[in-house]
Structure formats: structure tokens, C-alpha cells
Design a protein around this ligand. Structure first.
Ligand SMILES: NC(=O)c1ccc[n+]([C@@H]2O[C@H](COP(=O)([O-])OP(=O)(O)OC[C@H]3O[C@@H](n4cnc5c(N)ncnc54)[C@H](OP(=O)(O)O)[C@@H]3O)[C@@H](O)[C@H]2O)c1
Length: 292
């Protein structure tokens, strides 16, 4: 599909970390993004989404809206399930009525993480946190609906401009502390939001449907990601590796959730770039740190 001139409705496109990157990426290709936030329409009220569909008559609908607060989800089960499990198939039904492609994002947290080899798109979800279970339910709802123009993209460990994220938090903590302790027993693949956005466009250009995994290439731990960011930013701060037990969180995280990107590479012809290269761009160009 050619994206030039196409109208793209992006739920979460105005205020979400990924949504903002999608909005920019579509603009750059000559498409016409229609970015939305919860103030423009509520994905829990399909009528409000339908009104916007009638008004804008988009060629593609993208759902980058979700309940993403992993720890708070443990106490806000109802809201997490409403946004992550109930809403996606309702949105896809609206896309199906218009026969337009529907793109939805899911997460590496649908996997338990009790192994040491990358998760393939053919692996069954094995979630255990409320967030992970709600996102896996959303995927299941979409697969059950069976609308053929649905693209489900699982991503992991998102960072990028436009909204506070792990990397930015680490770098700003460096301004008030000499030492930071970061967990070193959870391994995953960092994803630079602008790269996820650009690669989503590649999938659409290739008319991809079904489940895809997308992240930057390579893998690391949260400690590895933090240490590299601090080094690139040239901050005078020591990063220490610690076990997860040093930082108990309400929701348990998978110990290993690296995503196998081979389906993406096969479809588009090229693998995503390495996370360190993407992190360098984020720290130097977006945050304007460490270049002097
Ligand atoms: N962040 C990560 O590390 C990560 C990792 C793996 C997967 N993912 C997945 O990637 C996708 C994007 O995540 P993100 O981190 O970019 O999300 P985010 O920054 O938390 O943004 C969520 C977006 O959803 C919108 N939203 C929330 N409730 C809504 C409602 N009732 N109606 C309409 N819009 C609503 C928010 O709008 P308001 O600002 O108006 O509330 C916001 O634009 C999600 O599916 C997430 O599960 C994220």
C-alpha cells in the first residue's frame, strides 16, 4: 500500500509516546495523520470513535491508546481490561465496517519470561501480570474477531521523545545523584519509538497482517540500557547492577522477554537497527546531551 496522501486516524497519536512518533512518521511520508487523545474521543465509547470515523473518513485506523501503567494496573484491573482487552476488538469492528486496515500494539509482557531464547510470533502468550493478561486478552479478542486487515505489533521497552520514559528518567536522576542502582536480571529489547513508527510504516507498505514482533535489534538488561545512556550523555554518575529483589514492584516483570524479529525482517527485507545506535540518536539528537 502507498501511504502518500492517505488519512491515518491515530488513537493515542496526540499524547502517547508511540502515538506521537507515529504521527510524525506518517507526516514525513506525505500521509495525513489525524492524531487523537482521550479528550478527542474515548475508546471505551465506540460511538465517539465512530463519530470521528464519519467526520474524517480515514484510510487506516491505528490504536496506539492503551492502559500502560504496569504497576497501577494491579489495583485498577477494571480499567486495564476495559482499555486493553475490551476496546481493541470493538475498534477493529469499526474498521471492519469500513474495510480499512486496523493496526494495534501489544507487548512483550504477554510472555512469562522463563526461558532464554527470543519469543517468536508463533509462541503462545503466557502472561502473569494484570497488564500482561489484559493485553493478551486484547490480542485474543482481535484474533477471535478474525478481521483480515488486522495487524498486531508486539513491542517492548519503549523510549523516545515526547513523553517521560525510562531513559529520560535515568538521565535526569543523574543530575541529583552520584550513583544509581538499576536491575540487571531482566533482559529485553529496547525500542526507540521513532524506529517502531518508521517500521510500522514499512509493514503497512508491505500489506502485513497478523502478529509481528518489533523492537530494535539486540538485547540488554535495564542496567545495560541505563549504563549506556549515562555513558552516551556523558553524565558523571555511576550505574550499579542490582537484582530485582532490591526493587520490589507491585507487578512482577518477565525475567526474559526478547522478541524474535525474524518475521519483520522477512517481510520488509531488513532488520531494525541495533538499540545502541537508536539510543545514541535519542540521547544526542533528541535530548541534545553528550555532544560537547
Ligand atoms: N511504553 C512501553 O514501554 C510499551 C512496551 C510494550 C508495549 N507497549 C504498548 O505500546 C502501545 C503504546 O504505548 P505508549 O507507551 O506509547 O502509551 P502511552 O504513552 O501511555 O499513551 C497512551 C495513550 O492512550 C490514550 N488513552 C488512554 N485512555 C484512553 C481512552 N479511554 N480513550 C482514548 N485514548 C486513550 C492516552 O491519551 P491521554 O493522554 O489523553 O490520556 C495516550 O495518548 C500500547 O499498546 C502499549 O501497551 C508500550
Amino acid at each position: 500500500m502507498h501511504l502518500n496522501g492517505k488519512r491515518i486516524l491515530i488513537l493515542g497519536g496526540k499524547t502517547g509516546l508511540l502515538g506521537q512518533a507515529l504521527t510524525l512518521a506518517f507526516k514525513r511520508t506525505g500521509a495525513k495523520p489525524i492524531p487523537l487523545s482521550s479528550k478527542d474521543c474515548d475508546i471505551l465509547a465506540p460511538d465517539s470513535v465512530e463519530k470521528l470515523l464519519d467526520r474524517h473518513d480515514p484510510d487506516i485506523m491505528i490504536n496506539a491508546a492503551a492502559y500502560t501503567l504496569v504497576d497501577l494496573a494491579e489495583d485498577n484491573e477494571e480499567m486495564a481490561f476495559a482499555l486493553n482487552a475490551t476496546a481493541p476488538p470493538l475498534l477493529a469492528t469499526l474498521a471492519a465496517k469500513r474495510q480499512i486496515p486496523f493496526v494495534h500494539y501489544s507487548t512483550d509482557f504477554v510472555f512469562r519470561g522463563d526461558r532464554q531464547s527470543p519469543y517468536s510470533v508463533y509462541d503462545e502468550p503466557t502472561p502473569f501480570s494484570v497488564y500482561g493478561i489484559s493485553k493478551a486478552d486484547g490480542e485474543r479478542g482481535l484474533l477471535k474477531l478474525g478481521y483480515g486487515k488486522t495487524l498486531i505489533i508486539r513491542i517492548s521497552w519503549l523510549f523516545g521523545p515526547g513523553k517521560i520514559n525510562f531513559v529520560e528518567k535515568i538521565l535526569s536522576l543523574c543530575d541529583s545523584r552520584d550513583t544509581l542502582s538499576v536491575v540487571n536480571d531482566q533482559t529485553g529489547s529496547p525500542s526507540y519509538a521513532p524506529d517502531i513508527a518508521k517500521n510500522t510504516l514499512h509493514l503497512l507498505e508491505n500489506d502485513a497482517t497478523g502478529i509481528y514482533h518489533l523492537a530494535n535489534s539486540g538485547q540488554t538488561t535495564w542496567y545495560g540500557l541505563a549504563a549506556k545512556a549515562v555513558e552516551l550523555a556523558g553524565k558523571d554518575c555511576t550505574v550499579e547492577p542490582v537484582p530485582s529483589s532490591a526493587y520490589p514492584t507491585k507487578a512482577e516483570r518477565p525475567a526474559y522477554s526478547v522478541l524474535d524479529l525474524s518475521r519483520f525482517t522477512k517481510t520488509t527485507g531488513a532488520p531494525p537497527r541495533h538499540w545502541e545506535e537508536a539510543l545514541r540518536e535519542y540521547v544526542h539528537k533528541d535530548l541534545k546531551l553528550g555532544t560537547r
